[in-house]
Design a protein around this ligand. Sequence first.
Ligand code: ZN
Length: 218
Amino acid sequence: MKEDADLILSLPCSSSNVADSFMWHSDKLGTFSVKSAYHLGCNLASNSSSSGLNLLNSWWKFLWRLKVPFKVKLLVWRACHNWIASNVNLAMCGMKVNCFCPLCSTKLESISHALWFCPTLKKVRTMCSFFRNFKVTEGMRFMEFMIICMNQLFPAGMEFLCMIMWRIWYRRNGLVHASNSIHAVDIVPWADSYLEDFKRENFPLVIDYGAHRLRGIS
Ligand SMILES: [Zn+2]
């Protein structure tokens, strides 16, 4: 790694002309022992898992507090657990299905693809101007995708995004089962209007109707 190489090269050289030797950094005397390696391993594991756990806990708390209909939270929760029936997931469960996206037929239908990256959703993404600079990619897990969004959006923005994703999944299922034919261009205005009505009815004392518009969501 370049970072490691730079660190090593930045170490000052000894002026006492002592021969080089191996030193174990986790022991006061520099001597390696299985015991010190075990303690080092335990510390590393607990640090990484506790920070990951904190992030996950923050995300779940954030999600369940969002002011969106329960069905929307449930969809996002299931998507984060990889529990929605995209074609890739169905194939992983042993079903004989075509793993490609039924709408664009150009890519595998992962959850991130189905809920955001499908080329047929280009107009949706274009209308969400708040989303243009987010460092998200189609290959990342949906949970990771949402945590990145959480870190960059106000709750009202995330509520809007979750509502849009719910409509996207609804549209996808409708097109697959030929029960509806919602146009992509209608998804964002529908989500905007639905969410505003929902908040007015359920949170009449919270004055943030349309707050997403003020935050750059066009
Ligand atoms: Zn697609």
